[in-house]
Write a protein that binds this ligand. Structure first.
Ligand code: PMP
Length: 358
């Protein structure tokens, strides 16, 4: 059944209609394999082709060369919170973490089980309503700096990546491939797929080959990046259909082009921020424009009455997924690549209507 709902959820998010259609055909039968994509064996040549094409597209779109390995992994971004310190830290070594939101904080907490974690900068005291100021220098000898490029829950985004003389590891789960960017500034970047890259259960990891030389000994194979590289992402039964959807998303992104997606993402976000900045009914969570996320726009209503009226209007008009994360409340509108501009206009119409009944 077709729906006319407008889904602004923080993830899993919507998929472009053409991606859904191609996937639906593949559910019937994938190419002429005789298999549905849901049952295609993970060692079938047709699936290895999916892996190879997706890796090549990641390289092209992110402009990274053969000095990186590309992996599709399971366990979501949180599994990477574990694997990164397991692979690169030991009880006597240090890493820096940037604490600019809930997910960066979680990543640091997971890492504490494996090594010494130093917080490079934090905005936790101010409930992450801005990006923390970075120090001009860092101590030498730390194994890496971990950053969350877009803070999904609070709606802040690092529009430029820090450059220090140590490996940079980036959780790009909520803004990967939303704009042209220097991906090669990162030594490892990863993204759970359920925002800009498809559906949950698939995580992209790009890792510099140099880093693979520094993996801790005695890790179980499933936790060891080197084993996943050796097995070309099919160390165990891979998420075949999830990786196929990621490939369809990568093809779609290439067709749209990153500059065009960036321009549209910018337009969507600016329209909404402009409304919030000029509205007597809403308060944007992040006030500093240069810290604002283009992917997740967080705000509150000025009082409970307006909040319930807005919730009611949204429900009446098929608007889904705009409630803020359970830890902060309020509202969050997520504007990932596949969210069309016209949905933002529809949402603004509702906000304007609210102004007439407030
Ligand atoms: N990092 C970021 C930036 C996120 O937005 C999320 C989830 N929304 C996570 C990590 C956690 O992802 P997962 O649920 O796939 O572990």
């Amino acid at each position: 059944m077709k729906t006319t709902n407008l889904n602004f959820s923080a993830g899993p998010t919507v998929l472009p209609p053409e991606v859904l259609e191609t996937f639906q055909d593949a559910v019937e039968q994938y190419l002429n394999t005789g298999y549905s994509i849901l049952s295609l064996p993970h060692r079938h040549k047709a699936f290895i082709d999916i892996i190879e094409e997706s890796k090549a597209l990641v390289r092209t779109l992110c402009q990274i060369d053969d000095s990186y390995e590309i992996l599709w992994m399971q366990g979501g971004a949180r599994m990477q919170f574990c694997m990164i310190p397991m692979n690169f830290l030991s009880p006597t070594t240090h890493a820096y973490y940037l604490d600019s939101g809930h997910w960066g904080h979680e990543a640091a907490a997971y890492a504490q089980h494996y090594g010494h974690i130093d917080i490079l900068a934090s905005s936790r005291q101010q409930q992450y309503n801005h990006l923390p100021t970075l120090p001009s220098e860092v101590l030498s000898g730390h194994k890496y700096l971990h950053i969350t490029t877009n803070n999904t829950i609070y709606g802040t985004q690092w529009h430029e990546l820090p450059t220090y003389n140590l490996p940079l590891i980036a959780d790009m789960s909520s803004d990967i491939l939303s704009k042209p960017q220097q991906y090669a500034d990162c030594d490892l970047f990863y993204a759970a797929a359920q925002k800009n890259l498809g559906t949950p259960g698939t995580t992209l990891v790009a890792i510099k080959k140099d880093l693979l030389q520094h993996i801790q000994p005695n890790l179980p194979p499933m936790m060891h990046y080197g084993h996943h590289v050796k097995e070309n992402s099919v160390l165990n039964t891979a998420n075949v259909s999830g990786i196929y959807i990621a490939l369809l998303m990568l093809r779609w992104i290439q067709q749209q082009t990153l500059p065009a997606l960036f321009a549209q993402n910018n337009e969507k976000a600016q329209l909404l921020y402009q409304h919030l900045d000029n509205s007597p009914h809403f308060i944007p969570y992040v006030t500093e424009p240069s810290h604002r996320s283009q992917m997740n726009i967080c705000f509150n209503a000025v009082n409970k009455d307006l909040e319930s009226k807005f919730i009611h209007l949204c429900a009446q008009n098929g608007i889904l997924g705009i409630e803020g994360h359970r830890s902060v409340g309020g509202f969050r509108v997520s504007l990932y690549n596949a969210v069309p501009l016209k949905w933002v206009h529809s949402l603004l119409d509702i906000m304007n209507h609210l102004a007439t009944i407030a």
